[in-house]
Design a protein around this ligand. Structure first.
Ligand code: SF4
Length: 346
C-alpha cells in the first residue's frame, strides 16, 4: 500500500517534487490542492503536468476514509463511522456550537489505556493511525461543511486512543492543521487530551506551540485514580501533576482537567475538595463530565444534584469549573460507543 498523500508535510512535498525533477514550488501547489481547494483526486490538480500527476498516483494513495455510517443528532452533532483501508473502523464527530464547528478526532484504532469507564478500550489497541489518517478526518469534515460555507473552527483530540502514545503522528497532524498555507486553524482553538503519559507531557512542553493541553484526571488521589485508570500505575498521580506544573511553568498556558463523574465512585464533595487542594494554585480549569453509561461496566450516573454539589465544592475553593454540555446523546456520541456497536454486529 502506498503512503497517504496527507501523511506528507509541506516541506516533504517540496522535497518530493525536487526529487522528481520538478521545482520545489510544485510541492506547494500540491499542498494547496489538498488543503485549500480540497480536491478528491490527483487528476483534479490541473496546474500540474500529466506526468507529475501520474507519479503522484503511482506513489501515493488519496482516499483513506470510507463513510460506513453517519448519525445526525437533533442538536446538530454528526457522528461518522469511517472504514480504513484495512477494514478497521474509527469514529469522528462534528459538533455544532454557537461559535462554529468543532471536530473530535481519533488517533488510534482502539486504545490500550484501559480507562474503566470507556468503550474505546474494550477491544484493546489495534493499531496507531498515521498522521495522514488523522488529517483526513478533518479534511473530510471540512469538505462536508464546504457547500454550506462553514469551517472547522476548532479541533479536540479526544476521540478514541491516547494521542501521546502515537506522539509523532499526532504532532505531525497538528502541524498540518495549523499551517498557514493549509487549513490554518488557530492553535488556541486546538486541544490535545492525554490520560497522563508523563514523558510526553514533558516533550509537549518543549514543542513551542499555543495548542491547549487537557488531562484526564478523573480522581483526586493516586489510589482512586489507579482504580479507575490502570495507566496511573505506570504514571502515578503525583508524577502527572509534577509534569503539568513543569508544562505550565514552561508554556504559561492554562491546563484543562477532565473529570468524569461516576456515581458513588469519585463524585463526592470530599473528592472535589481533595482535588481542589492539589490544583488550586495552578492556572487551570476543571471540566466535569457526567459519565456515559457503558453497558459492559456497572457504573451509574451521578445525580444532577450531586453534580452541582461537586461543582460548588470546587468553585468554593477558587477552582474554575464547568459542566460539559453533552452533545449527541441520542446518537451514542460518546467515545467508542459507535465502533463498539459496529464490532458487535460485524
Ligand atoms: S478514555 Fe481515552 S485514553 Fe482512556 S481508554 Fe478511552 S480512549 Fe483510551
Amino acid at each position: 500500500m502506498n503512503p497517504f498523500i496527507y501523511d506528507l508535510s509541506l516541506e516533504e512535498l517540496q522535497q518530493w517534487a525536487v526529487e522528481n525533477g520538478e521545482a520545489a514550488f510544485r510541492g506547494g501547489q500540491i499542498y494547496e490542492w489538498l488543503y485549500v481547494k480540497r480536491v478528491n483526486s490527483f487528476d483534479e490538480m490541473s496546474n500540474l503536468s500529466k506526468e507529475l500527476r501520474r507519479k503522484l498516483t503511482e506513489q501515493f494513495s488519496f482516499v483513506t476514509l470510507n463513510e460506513i455510517t453517519r448519525f445526525e443528532s437533533k442538536d446538530g452533532t454528526i457522528k461518522f463511522l469511517f472504514g480504513l483501508h484495512d477494514d478497521h473502523a474509527i469514529e469522528t464527530v462534528i459538533m455544532k456550537h454557537n461559535y462554529g464547528n468543532s471536530i473530535c478526532v481519533t488517533t488510534q484504532v482502539g486504545c490500550r489505556i484501559g480507562c474503566t469507564f470507556c468503550a474505546s478500550t474494550l477491544g484493546g489497541l489495534k493499531r496507531n493511525l498515521t498522521a495522514g489518517e488523522i488529517v483526513a478526518q478533518v479534511v473530510q469534515a471540512q469538505k462536508m461543511l464546504d457547500p454550506k460555507g462553514e469551517r472547522v473552527s476548532s479541533i479536540v483530540i479526544m476521540g478514541s486512543g491516547e494521542p501521546f502514545e502515537n506522539y509523532d503522528a499526532t504532532m505531525k497532524f497538528l502541524r498540518t492543521m495549523i499551517h498557514e498555507k493549509g487549513l490554518n486553524i488557530g492553535q488556541r482553538h486546538i486541544t490535545v487530551s492525554t490520560s497522563g503519559i508523563v514523558p510526553n507531557i514533558y516533550q509537549f512542553a518543549e514543542e513551542n506551540t499555543q495548542i491547549n493541553l487537557a488531562i484526564s484526571i478523573h480522581a483526586p488521589n493516586d489510589k482512586l485514580r489507579s482504580k479507575l485508570m490502570p495507566v496511573n500505575r505506570r504514571f502515578p498521580f503525583e508524577d502527572v501533576i509534577e509534569s503539568l506544573r513543569y508544562y505550565q511553568a514552561k508554556t504559561g498556558r492554562r491546563i484543562t482537567f477532565e473529570y468524569a463523574l461516576i456515581g458513588g465512585m469519585n463524585d463526592q464533595v470530599e473528592h472535589a475538595e481533595e482535588l481542589a487542594d492539589v490544583i488550586k494554585d495552578m492556572n487551570c480549569h476543571v471540566n466535569l463530565i457526567p459519565v456515559n453509561h457503558v453497558p459492559e461496566r456497572k457504573y451509574v450516573r451521578t445525580s444532577r444534584n450531586d453534580i452541582f454539589k461537586f461543582q460548588r465544592a470546587l468553585a468554593d475553593k477558587g477552582v474554575n469549573v464547568t459542566i460539559r454540555r453533552e452533545q449527541g446523546h441520542d446518537i451514542a456520541a460518546a467515545c467508542g460507543q459507535l465502533r463498539a456497536k459496529h464490532m458487535e454486529l460485524g
